[in-house]
Design a protein around this ligand. Structure first.
Ligand SMILES: [Zn+2]
Length: 67
């Protein structure tokens, strides 16, 4: 276990591999579902369109695209 700073809120937490604390992970999970749903119905959407339509931050969308 490592003591880490949450990437999102900066809170310290123990982790093996995640970059975020539990509450921020849950938030990102909700946002990733929102983005996936949008991309499923709009397969040709750009990152900017996804950003405007879902309200999810560009940084989060880019992370999801990499994943
Ligand atoms: Zn956090």
């Amino acid at each position: 276990m490592l003591l880490c700073n949450c990437d999102t809120c900066g809170r310290l937490f123990l982790t093996k591999w995640v970059a975020r604390c539990t509450s921020c992970s849950q938030l990102v999970l909700n946002e990733s579902n929102k983005v996936k749903d949008f991309v499923r119905t709009h397969p040709r959407a750009t990152i900017i369109e996804i950003y405007h339509q879902t309200g999810v931050s560009l940084q989060t969308i880019k992370e999801l695209m990499r994943a």
